[in-house]
Design a protein around this ligand. Structure first.
Ligand code: ADP
Length: 498
């Protein structure tokens, strides 16, 4: 019988279940969206029960309703939205509060306090992270301090904390397993990435009882089996990785200096830096890429807030295009932007500039500027921002990259990727596999159960769909133009606020 690996891809807006065969092809896929809850400006929550119910329902849809024999499931791999925080009761399995989503900013003030108290360096040294509301630690603290009775229950050992991987596994195993993997643990701001253990000093600093925490496992091993209540059989759960790390593995960036960039609403770039957790001097994050056997790989990570979103902005707000793909032909109708630069700092500037009060600007407009130039400048802005993060990464890691592997919705745009290659002077490679994030978790699970023998056996599956080679040798002048535009945006920042 042909066997498959089932990936649970639990994302920010939807839960998905995807079945991969031995060649890495998709055999079955089911997806369900769930509710986004916005109780106050800056707050974002999910109902953990809905996360579980949508995930359970897409599992049955992708397997049973598609007529796939349950016995064909060799293992389950899990990849998940990272940092999102759930606290639940160990005896009833009922969450004490909604999941606080990674985007939620309610704990910004706690983070300001930590920085003011001079704790930023200590936290970076131990966790590789920049103090930010994004990570789970202060979200747990908020739940303990703001939901009635929860701190007392936590101190009595009655409660469990988990990121979404832990929450799914708890439910899949009927409450038998309370675990996470190193990649998810490294996003909590509580996990020491050098000693690979929960850090007592940080737990004390954030006043979080150790009894809440899951056991931390590697990213690829048989953790246990599903309880049987969902599929009627016990299936090994054998791989876990946070979504961006899973994408890095899915791209087979398994050697130091290999980089992937995911071009979605924003961009997420990760560089494999090997077995040493080098800390960033440019405000990037150092994170655990994966642990397989005893081998730990680390990564540098930088994110860009507005990437594909600038295309959505041209479509929805400026109404210059009707659909995202239309932008390519419009941009291609002019040879260049005619000196126009767009800096889409709609929500401030992220890595490596870090200016939260910066706002979007457009420079260099003349009487001859038209919508084609705007479209081209918008696409180029995605590539320039990527270049800035990559430059910071190369400086931090002391590694020069030779190629950039890409995925995400905006990589359908050939003009964008060609321009990216031109300004980086580096080859940009788009693979055939479109579900890079999901296949990463499938690989991790498949390796653990011997579905694939070793990494060499799966490396071949990463095949190039199209390679973009640098064509225009001298980009100095246009890069200089971008740098002037960014400097101008910084200069325009409201000084009273920053
Ligand atoms: P996310 O996972 O963040 O929702 P996706 O990977 O689905 O993102 O990509 C969607 C983003 O890609 C949108 O912001 C959209 O504007 C952009 N996009 C989609 N197609 C194109 C295209 N052909 N050219 C440029 N941007 C595109």
């Amino acid at each position: 019988m042909e066997k498959y690996i089932l990936t649970l891809d639990q994302g920010t807006t939807s839960s998905r279940a995807i079945l991969f065969n031995h060649e890495g092809a998709i055999v079955s896929l089911a997806q369900k969206e769930f509710k986004q809850i916005y109780p106050q400006p800056g707050w974002v929550e999910h109902d953990p029960m809905e996360i579980w119910s949508t995930q359970a329902s897409v599992i049955t849809e992708a397997v049973l309703q598609k007529g796939i024999d349950r016995q064909a499931l060799a293992a389950i791999g899990i990849t998940n939205q990272r940092e999102t925080t759930v606290v639940w009761d160990r005896s009833t399995g009922v969450p004490v509060y909604n999941a606080i989503v990674w985007q939620d900013r309610r704990t910004s003030a706690i983070c300001d306090g930590l920085r003011k108290d001079g704790k930023a360096e200590l936290i970076q040294q131990k966790t590789g992270l920049i103090v930010d509301a994004y990570f789970s630690g202060t979200k747990i603290q908020w739940i303990l301090d703001n939901v009635e009775g929860v701190r007392a229950r936590a101190e009595k050992g009655e409660l469990a904390f988990g990121t979404i991987d832990s929450w799914l596994i708890w439910n899949l195993t009927g409450g038998k397993l309370h675990i996470t993997d190193v990649t998810n643990a490294s996003r909590t701001m509580l996990y020491n990435i050098h000693t690979l253990s929960w850090d007592e000093t940080l737990l004390e600093l954030l006043r979080i009882p150790a009894s809440l925490l899951p056991e931390v496992k590697s990213s690829s091993e048989v953790y246990g089996t599903t309880s049987g209540s969902l599929l009627g059989i016990q299936v090994p759960i054998a791989g876990i990785a946070g979504d961006q790390q899973s994408a890095l593995f899915g791209h087979m960036c398994n050697r130091p200096g290999m980089v992937k960039n995911t071009y979605g609403t924003g961009c997420f770039m990760l560089m494999n830096i090997g077995s040493k957790p080098t800390l960033s001097k440019n405000n990037l994050i150092t994170t655990i890429a994966w642990k397989i056997g005893d081998e730990v790989h680390y990564a540098l990570e930088g994110s860009i807030f507005i990437a594909g979103a600038v295309v959505q902005w041209l479509r929805d707000e400026l109404k210059m295009i009707e659909s995202a793909p239309e932008i390519e032909a419009l941009a291609a109708a002019v040879p260049d932007t005619g000196g126009v630069y767009m800096v889409p700092a709609f929500a401030g500037l992220g890595a490596p500039h870090w200016n939260q009060d910066a706002r979007g600007s457009i420079f260099g407009i003349t009487r001859g500027t038209n919508k084609n130039h705007f479209c081209r400048a918008a696409l180029e802005s995605i590539a320039y921002q990527t270049m800035d993060v990559l430059t910071a990464m190369q400086n931090d890691a002391g590694l020069q990259i030779s190629q950039l592997r890409v995925d995400g919705g905006a990589t359908n745009n050939n003009l964008l990727l060609q321009f990216q290659a031109d300004i980086l002077g580096t080859e940009v490679l788009r693979p055939n596999i479109t579900e890079i994030t999901a296949i990463g978790a499938a690989y991790l699970a498949g390796l653990a159960v011997g579905f694939w023998e070793n990494i060499q056996a799966i490396e071949k599956q990463w095949q190039i769909n199209r390679s973009f080679t640098p064509e225009n040798s001298d980009s100095t002048a246009r890069i200089r133009g971008w740098q002037r535009a960014v400097a101008a945006v910084k200069a325009w920042t409201d000084l009273d606020k920053s």
